[in-house]
Design a protein around this ligand. Structure first.
Ligand code: NAG
Ligand code: NAG
Ligand code: NAG
Ligand code: NAG
Ligand code: NAG
Ligand code: CA
Length: 478
């Protein structure tokens, strides 16, 4: 009602320019002027913060800035504000009680309710413009923290490989394998120290040579090659570079190995990808009695504080833990089957869950706070890689029952339903707030794939008193 009344007043002002207005703070502007300002209505800014990433929120309405009351103000609203201000990779915090300063302007909004997915604050529900009974001690604010996680990856000591002019493979039995040689700035062919050589570096080498993808990253003397003082050491690729010259090396790594870096390239590999929609749609919170978590605890799925409770409290099995549960659906979009990294005869039998582990870590679930610190984690040993669901016309091949072969066929998905034990993160130690969650498959690059940039789903995890949500996922490197 109030919304309509105010709207009417504005309309009167607009059309007649001499309607009486009881709000002493509202000046009547010429028609043209107001129209232009109205276009900016809904714009937000942060004031009184210690830096530009934080502050009380002010919103523009009819050309005037106003405060927002903190009733109902939480992380969902803060998320919308930070999004509206153009932040992408951030963690947000909601502040209340005029955290940054007393409100200096009238309150334009009160009881704002967002789901967290809105593009702008005006897309959320609220009581109507100017309808508020709040005092200047109740201003709502936000902190839009830049996520600091990625910073580590580019250490300043790393040197570019832009000087590498050419690559070739030598000493292999076929043209698609061999030791990796590069043409150094002196015009000489040189080899690469094998230390730290992984599928990530090998993949970029195969790509650069247009030989497909890396089936294997080999540390060997088998393909010949003589390490020199000038040989590259500490070569590091992230796995998403299109050319070897986009990778880096750490010149301070000393080569302690007689082995040189070698690769085997192929066009035929699996490529698993996380279904992030399934992840977001399936997520929910559950409080579970520790009595039902005994197997999970044996497999190290609970947070460390759960083990302390177990140690200290005689009636520990009556205690509850809060779990973030979700379904991980992993599809193979490559052109070869995804097979476990450990051969069948070495699979470990796990008594408690009565299943085999065919890969030590098949998936990891990490939750990060706004500083980029990992605050909770889970993991999934691949006790059962199988074809749970296949695209139309594809026959499932892998099934775990009866010591069956494990794997994920091309165009089939392995689905870890949210009901499966250990398919969760123990978040009992977290305070409600805004977090990031990363769910990654094959996170240690143990199994060769065509592409690793789709192996991790990186999403907002919004933890409210009333429930938990996973949203806004992107796919990235683990
Ligand atoms: C609004 O202003 C008019 C004239 O100034 C006054 O008669 C009326 O009582 C005011 N209404 C309110 C709700 O303050
Ligand atoms: C108008 O502004 C004054 C001073 O800025 C403030 O004290 C007063 O509360 C405002 N009135 C309204 C209705 O917002
Ligand atoms: C970042 O680097 C610091 C110090 O080198 C290390 O302690 C920390 O674990 C690293 N963080 C990540 C996310 O790799
Ligand atoms: C590779 O991934 C990193 C980290 O995820 C990202 O910062 C970088 O921009 C990516 N590079 C390319 C070429 O996509
Ligand atoms: C997998 O699906 C893709 C896209 O639907 C199709 O092009 C391809 O032929 C399929 N491959 C196999 C082995 O079924
Ligand atoms: Ca992949």
């Amino acid at each position: 009602m109030r919304h309509q009344t105010l709207f009417l007043i504005v309309l009167v002002c607009l059309t007649s320019l001499h309607g009486s207005d009881n709000d002493s703070n509202m000046t009547i502007l010429p028609n043209k002027h107001l129209k232009r300002l109205k276009k900016l209505d809904g714009g937000v800014k942060l004031v009184n913060g210690r830096n530009q990433h934080e502050g009380n929120v002010e919103i523009l309405y009819n050309g005037r800035w106003g405060a927002i009351c903190d009733d109902e103000w939480d992380v969902s609203e803060a998320l919308v504000i930070c999004r509206q201000l153009g932040y992408k990779n951030t963690i947000v915090k909601a502040t209340s009680n005029s955290y940054f300063a007393k409100a200096k302007r009238r309150f334009w909004m009160d009881n704002v309710y967002c789901t967290g997915t809105e593009q702008e604050l005006t897309d959320c529900k609220f009581d109507g413009w100017g309808n508020s009974d709040c005092t200047d001690e109740e201003a709502a604010g936000v902190i839009c923290q830049e996520l600091k996680m990625e910073i580590n990856q580019t250490k300043s000591s790393l040197k570019s490989l832009k000087t590498v002019r050419k690559l070739r493979l030598k000493g292999g039995r076929t043209t698609t394998e061999g030791r990796v040689e590069y043409l150094n700035p002196n015009g000489k062919w040189d080899v690469i120290c094998a230390e730290g050589w992984s599928l990530k570096e090998a993949l970029v080498v195969c790509k650069t040579l247009s030989l497909g993808y890396a089936a294997d990253a080999i540390q060997t003397t088998y393909f010949g090659g003589q390490l020199l003082k000038t040989s590259l050491t500490g070569v590091r690729c992230q796995g998403n570079e299109s050319s070897f010259t986009d990778c880096f090396h750490d010149p301070y790594v000393i080569c302690n190995s007689p082995e040189v870096a070698a690769v085997s390239c192929t066009w035929s590999l699996p490529d698993i990808v996380i279904d992030h929609q399934e992840l977001a749609n399936s997520a929910y919170l559950q409080d579970l009695q520790m009595f039902y978590m005994q197997c999970a605890m044996e497999e190290n799925c609970a947070a460390s504080s759960a083990y302390e409770v177990q140690k200290k409290n005689g009636a520990w099995h009556l205690e509850t833990r809060r779990l973030l549960k979700f379904t991980a659906k992993i599809l193979n979009i490559g052109n070869a089957d995804f097979r476990p990294s450990i051969p069948k005869h070495l699979w470990e039998w796990h008594m408690c869950h009565m299943h085999y582990h065919s890969m030590e870590i098949f998936a990891t679930f990490n939750i990060y706070n706004f500083k980029g610190d990992k605050v909770a984690e889970g993991h999934k040993a691949s006790f059962c890689l199988e074809d749970n669901k296949c695209l139309h016309g594809v026959k499932p091949k892998y099934a775990c029952a009866n010591y069956g072969d494990q794997g994920i066929s091309v165009n089939c998905s392995d689905i870890y339903k949210h009901t499966v034990d250990c398919q969760w993160v123990d978040i009992s130690d977290l305070q409600p707030g805004d977090y990031k969650i990363q769910v990654a498959a094959n996170p240690e690059y143990k199994v060769a794939e065509m592409d690793y940039t789709n192996n991790a789903a990186f999403c907002d995890f919004i933890y409210l008193e009333t429930g938990g949500f996973i949203r806004n996922c992107i796919l990235k490197l683990p």
